[in-house]
Design a protein around this ligand. Structure first.
Ligand SMILES: *Cc1c(COP(=O)(O)O)cnc(C)c1O
Length: 361
């Protein structure tokens, strides 16, 4: 670390950003209606399509991921139609609420926190009712569960009018995701999770089916009107002023991510997941999430030893690490170790041995 007062972020967002990426934000400003900006946008677009494994467009939004939740609700669900939300943690709960607050009718399939959704649950719901969209959180950051998106999408794709919408905010670039091959219509993410950028940008891979649907909705709002965003995107631009500095950083980060290789990046995350879950079990903490759905990007450690999580975080702060203390209703009963972004296994080892020192293991 170049700055002693900086603590390395082990929290599940925002995550640690490498110095080269922070530096990329300090380039001279350019006007967003200039040729230089069009080039930046086009460069980002090419790399983003590779990163999402899609040949469709990828929207770049000057907002956090939450903004694209609103966009998804407003553009993908017609009046008088319904969305099916799969809820099993703090973020999937909030996404369902966002759709409702945008005036949409929402049904939910709820599972206990820490459990995953199965394709069977979704198949049953789709037999009973018609939906404009099924909304799935790829990686539930509050509980450390990765849902079987590929298998669920396969079920949904049997219904022609039902779009597959995926929140991969904390999964993207850490957990395997193949937008076209898996039949996903919309996959949205934020910059500050496994993408390892500063906060402030959101991205969404968007299918033609989504755009056709959007045209059938009367009130799409303004800022997240997908039809307008698409019209600008075709000219390598955005409808309103974008966060240009963050886009410089994103362009650099995507170059580095693609140089590492998507599969290698996914494998590094899986390796860190395995290190963390094995450690949690050996130390008699336990893993909160249902086995076989453990997230490659964040482990929700069950606090089986009943340690004082605040004291642990304080101790780790002294070692230069900023720690999480658990989220929402499972705070303290659990704490999360994020192993996402550009974190290397050697850094994770330091984190785990630091906690060992705290508990006296
Ligand atoms: C962090 C997070 C969000 C919220 O994203 P913002 O960028 O903070 O708006 C949504 N979903 C999941 C799964 C998240 O982890």
């Amino acid at each position: 670390m170049t700055n002693k007062s900086h603590k390395y972020l082990v929290i599940p967002g925002p995550v640690e950003v490498r110095e080269e990426i922070l530096q990329a934000q300090t380039k001279w400003m350019i006007g967003h209606r200039s040729k230089s900006f069009e080039e930046l946008f086009a460069s980002l677009q090419t790399k983003l399509r590779q990163a999402f494994v899609t040949s469709s467009r990828v929207f770049v939004s000057g907002s956090s991921g939450t903004g694209l939740w609103e966009g998804a609700a407003r553009n993908c669900i017609r009046d008088g139609h319904k969305a099916l939300h799969l809820v099993g943690g703090a973020f999937s709960e909030r996404w369902a609420e966002v759709s409702q607050l945008n005036g949409k009718q929402v049904d939910v399939i709820s599972v206990e926190w820490g459990k995953a959704h199965t394709p069977e649950m979704v198949a049953e719901a789709l037999q009973k009712s018609r939906y404009d969209a099924v909304c799935i959180v790829h990686n539930e950051t509050s509980t450390g569960v990765t849902n079987p998106v590929k298998a669920i999408a396969e079920v949904v794709r049997q219904y022609e009018d039902t779009l597959v919408l995926v929140d991969t905010v904390s999964g993207f670039l850490g957990a395997e995701l193949r937008v076209d091959e898996w039949g996903i219509d919309l996959a949205l993410t934020s910059s500050q999770k496994a993408f390892a950028l500063p906060p402030g940008l959101a991205f969404a891979a968007v299918s033609d089916r989504v755009l056709e649907r959007a045209k059938q909705v009367t009130n799409r709002g303004y800022y997240f009107d997908f039809v307008e965003i698409e019209a600008s995107l075709k000219k390598n631009n955005t409808p309103s002023t974008p966060p240009v500095s963050l886009m410089f950083a994103a362009d650099q980060q995507l170059t580095d991510v693609l140089a590492e290789g998507l599969e290698a990046r996914w494998a590094r995350h899986t390796q860190m997941r395995d290190m963390t879950t094995a450690w949690a079990q050996q130390r008699a903490f336990g893993v909160f999430a249902q086995e076989s759905y453990w997230s490659p990007t964040v482990t929700c450690v069950a606090n089986g030893r009943g340690i004082d999580v605040d004291e642990m975080a304080k101790f780790m702060g002294g070692k230069g690490f900023s720690m999480d203390k658990g989220y929402g209703k499972i705070k303290g009963k659990t704490f999360r170790i994020a192993h996402m972004g550009d974190m290397q296994p050697t850094t994770l080892e330091e984190v785990l041995s630091g906690i060992d020192e705290f508990v006296g293991a």
